[in-house]
Design a protein around this ligand. Structure first.
Ligand code: LLP
Length: 434
């Protein structure tokens, strides 16, 4: 998919660049991003909204993968940006990302984080709770700026996905509950507050979602509420943000819809609900993370040791693991892989790919078919672009890998591999006893 293909040397090529050359030049583990594919995904979302003739913002959920280069790319494609910490905000501003297109999320933004965002006058703050409303009103007074906000609500919709990544259901740490009146109270307060400019409502029902039903149900729930806010407060949202969560295909078991289809059905529902209420169609915002970068990322590893357990399993170990991709260990996430240096070789054995961290759970893939795997082979694991590098750690003092962007036959190093010096940069040894 994307610009990936097998070249005449039987190597995996991405963006017109031979991945074996990349592994030689930059070392492994290496994250490789297919920039053309990211652009294509971004344009699909934007074009679908344009075809539907509605005002929209597509905000990249930067938690999926953030870096200066990524933020520059997102800006080149004219997307907005969802940040969830002062760290992401700092990186975005350093990348020159337009402030007015940055949205700030999070269930426990600190006073300092909010003040940072307000001083920079970013596009909007997605308010999560009453504590945050109080902080924002105080900061609005201090800086004499009416803060543009969305209110995040929990519509009580469960999306079908892994439990750990459900955020839209009622029992969630995020947002104002719609069922017990919290949402109504927050809307009334924010709408009347001289310190807040209530742009609209936000909800996010989960991640890696394959069906559009959840989004449609969430939309209906929101409109039930909008009807009552319109009657009781004369508040009509200018913006409706339905979050992210559009699923991608990691393995053949996954059956996502094309990204445009989620958008199309969502827009259709919003249009018809708005018509019923005789209100203007609100601006529609979405926050895709995974679906913009997930399948554009490939991780390259070098194969090292093996362990054969007769009648049980063959373990093949690579030079990375849970330190660069914790998703298999954390969510039992599944991936597909191939030998990048022998792409067309017939499959001859079933192996399980182990990482090199000191933990039995450090496995990347179970029971996959590959050609006879040898030490020094380059293993490519596909679809690692979202929540891979972003969730990497220094467990076992592993060095975070390098990241390269490839496009039109050119490779650009966008994040350097960590060094041993990086590992101890912030450390202070014991004072010597004299
Ligand atoms: N908006 C909000 C408010 C979110 O909480 C999230 C993801 C997104 C947008 C983007 O969702 P996406 O389009 O990427 O599904 N670490 C997990 C995923 C956590 C998602 C957290 N929130 C994983 O590796 O699967």
């Amino acid at each position: 998919h994307g610009t990936s293909k097998v070249n005449n040397q039987n190597h995996l090529e991405i963006g017109g660049v031979d991945t074996i050359e990349l592994a030689k030049k930059y070392g492994t583990p290496l994250y490789v991003y297919d920039v053309a594919l990211i652009r294509q995904r971004a344009r699909q979302f934007k074009e679908t909204f344009a075809e539907e003739g509605v005002e929209a913002q597509v905000a990249y959920a930067s938690k999926a993968f953030s870096s200066l280069a990524m933020f520059q790319l997102v800006n080149e494609e004219g997307l907005s940006l969802d940040v969830v910490s002062a760290g992401e905000l700092y990186t975005a501003l350093l990348a020159g990302f337009p402030k007015e297109r940055i949205h700030f999320h999070g269930n426990n933004k600190s006073y300092e984080e909010l003040e940072y965002a307000i001083k920079e006058k970013i596009g909007c703050i997605v308010v999560d709770n009453f504590h945050e409303i109080a902080l924002l009103e105080e900061l609005s007074k201090k800086h004499s700026w009416k803060v543009p906000v969305l209110l995040r609500v929990t519509p009580g919709i469960e999306a079908h996905t892994h439990d750990y990544i459900l955020t839209g259901q009622e029992d969630s740490k995020f947002g104002f509950d719609l069922k017990n009146g919290q949402g109504d109270k927050a809307v009334a307060h924010a709408f009347h507050s001289p310190y807040l400019d209530l742009l609209g409502i936000h909800c996010h029902i989960g991640s890696q979602i394959f069906e559009v039903t959840g989004f449609v149900m969430a939309t209906r729930k929101l409109f039930e509420k909008i009807a009552s806010w319109k009657d009781e407060l004369s508040f009509v949202p200018r913006v409706l943000n339905l979050g992210g969560g559009f699923g991608i295909r990691y393995t053949s078991e996954d059956t996502p819809l094309p990204p445009s289809q989620y958008v199309r059905e969502m827009v259709t529902e919003i249009k018809s609900q708005a018509e019923k209420l005789t209100i203007e169609i609100p601006e529609i915002w979405i926050e895709p993370g995974r679906s913009l970068v997930g399948d554009a990322g490939t991780t390259l590893y070098t194969v090292g040791s093996r362990k054969h357990i007769p009648n049980v399993r063959d373990y093949v170990a690579v030079d990375g693991g849970m330190s660069d991709n914790i998703r298999p260990a954390l969510y039992e996430a599944k991936y597909e892989a191939a030998l990048a240096n022998r792409m067309n070789a017939p499959h001859e054995e079933k192996v399980s790919i182990a990482g090199k961290c000191c933990e039995s759970g450090d496995m990347l893939l179970w029971d996959i078919e590959l050609p006879k795997v040898e030490s020094s082979d380059i293993l490519a694991v596909f679809c690692t672009g979202a929540y891979g590098y972003a969730m990497a750690s220094n467990y076992n003092r592993m060095l975070k890998p390098a990241v390269v962007f490839v496009e039109n036959g050119e490779a650009q190093l966008v994040i350097k591999r960590e060094t041993f010096e990086d590992l101890v940069r912030n450390e202070v040894g014991l004072k010597s006893k004299v």
